[in-house]
Design a protein around this ligand. Sequence first.
Ligand SMILES: C[S@@+](CC[C@H](N)C(=O)[O-])C[C@H]1O[C@@H](n2cnc3c(N)ncnc32)[C@H](O)[C@@H]1O
Length: 256
Amino acid sequence: MRQDRRAPFVAALEHARAAAYPAGEYVGQESFLRAAEIRRLAHRAGIGPGVSVLDLCCGTAGPGRLLVAELGCGYLGLDCSASAVEIARRLAGDLPCRFEQAQIPPVPDTRVDVVLLLETMLAFPDKPTLLAEVVRVLAPGGRFAFTVEEGRPLAPGERARMPDADTVWLVELAELRAMLGAAGLTVTWQEQWSVAHHATATALLASYRADAGTVARHVGATAAAELIAAHELWCDWLGGGRVRKFAVVARKGVDR
Ligand SMILES: C[S@@+](CC[C@H](N)C(=O)[O-])C[C@H]1O[C@@H](n2cnc3c(N)ncnc32)[C@H](O)[C@@H]1O
């Protein structure tokens, strides 16, 4: 998804995505998250009525729209893709959500109770700079709730096999925790979701293979082949333990 043309991807993948998730678990997410996991992370982050949420890298905002509709939180979604933001706005309809196009970092000036970063920590090569921006906009006691792909950085051979490898920056858990601590964030909850995300990646791969002709017609044969190649690698890596998936909530200290 390197070019800013989200609409053909959304159209191409909608059927396959909807078919891949268990009943009730697909809410327009562009990731391996299930609706139940989005709700669980939101609960752990204390999202509820009147809580202000900043959703970094929201994409078309399936998770954000779910949270606003069910929990009544305040919501601003940011994404670098103008077309994703446009789709998110349209799909949000009358929901009280706001969206802005923004390349992160920096994070636009604001003050919020919760920062969400779902399925996109991977895309940031410089995580300390990102974390400093998150802390800057969090209110004292605010929570940073995110998912993260954990493991050793990709070796050159692995980078060569992964499409768009310049958006794949794994981090080891000990290093991530040290970075969070240095930024002034204390982990209050952490759960491993590798098994569930391996199952979701496997179901998405099967679904994309079944719809390969349709996907290629919408987005071109090269992009369709890359989508499948990337999911093959995620299935291997999540299934074999090369990459682990975690959900984390970290709280900003009151003195920052
Ligand atoms: C895998 S999608 C996840 C979308 C959403 N969080 C979800 O779980 O459904 C990643 C999104 O991050 C956006 N993105 C990646 N790097 C970004 C950056 N540096 N600044 C803003 N958006 C970014 C992409 O445009 C894409 O919409």
